[in-house]
Design a protein around this ligand. Structure first.
Ligand SMILES: C[S@@+](CC[C@H](N)C(=O)[O-])C[C@H]1O[C@@H](n2cnc3c(N)ncnc32)[C@H](O)[C@@H]1O
Length: 230
């Protein structure tokens, strides 16, 4: 009886039990690991970094609309998780201003290097690059007003552990925002494993102490799905 309680209480105290991972034969774009009904995609290699800086991206993704949907304010502390080359990082850095700060987290050292060069070019001095691991963004607890995940959540290879760690880094009342390409939308020319439905994001996010706030779908191909930490 006491042993049973000892095993059950930690999960109950955390308010959540980790959904299990299962395996399948890997599809061409996936790693063969399944979480809550979807196969996890490969991590985008740093060899694809130029694709993140392509000119067409401004029309395809409309970062101006994404940033407006995030309601950024001066002096905020934001983490750009899976920042890549920093396409969003420097734009956020300018909006939060010199009194704010942006942690730019990535798991690839080469991306961190490219991001550093880009921040220098863009004059974004209030950015702190962070080399994380696939389950730990290495951020201080309760420090963020906003954690932003653009086109990355579907490639976390430990999504439960990683999102739990991100939520720990967010202040109570702070927000976590997912920007993903819309799944099941014939207008969106993106590989299925690199897309997510709003319903799937909501299911996976609310395993954690997050409550859905709003979804912005006024983007060409993506949606911005925003949660608040309880
Ligand atoms: C498709 S790119 C998107 C980059 C950037 N968010 C953008 O929109 O330009 C995904 C990035 O997330 C990074 N990534 C993947 N898994 C990660 C993890 N667990 N923690 C941090 N970064 C991760 C990859 O290394 C890659 O740079």
């Amino acid at each position: 009886m006491w042993l049973l309680l000892a095993l059950v209480l930690p999960a109950a105290a955390a308010g959540t039990a980790a959904p299990p991972y299962t395996t399948v034969a890997a599809s061409p774009d996936g790693i063969g690991k399944v979480y809550m009904g979807r196969e996890i995609s490969h991590v985008m290699s740093f060899h694809g970094a130029p694709w993140l800086e392509r000119d067409e991206r401004l029309d395809e993704e409309r970062p101006d609309i994404v940033l407006n949907a995030l309601e950024l304010k001066a002096n905020m502390t934001v983490a750009d998780i899976g920042a890549g080359t920093g396409f969003y990082t420097w734009r956020i850095a300018h909006r939060v201003g010199a009194g704010g700060m942006v942690y730019a987290v990535d798991v690839q050292q080469e991306m961190i290097k490219a991001l550093g060069q880009q921040m220098a070019r863009r004059g974004a001095a209030n950015v702190r690059p962070v080399l994380g691991t696939s389950a730990d963004p290495k951020l201080p607890p309760n420090s963020l007003d906003l954690a932003l995940l653009v086109d990355v959540y579907h490639e976390f290879d430990q999504p439960y552990e990683m999102l739990a760690a991100i939520v720990r880094a967010v202040k109570p009342g702070g927000r976590v925002a997912f920007v993903e390409f819309r799944a099941n939308d014939s207008q969106v020319p993106i590989k299925p494993l690199h897309t997510m439905t709003e319903a799937q994001v909501k299911s996976e996010a609310t395993v954690h102490p997050l409550e859905w706030v709003r979804t912005a779908s006024n983007l060409p191909w993506q949606h911005v799905i925003v949660f608040r930490k309880r």
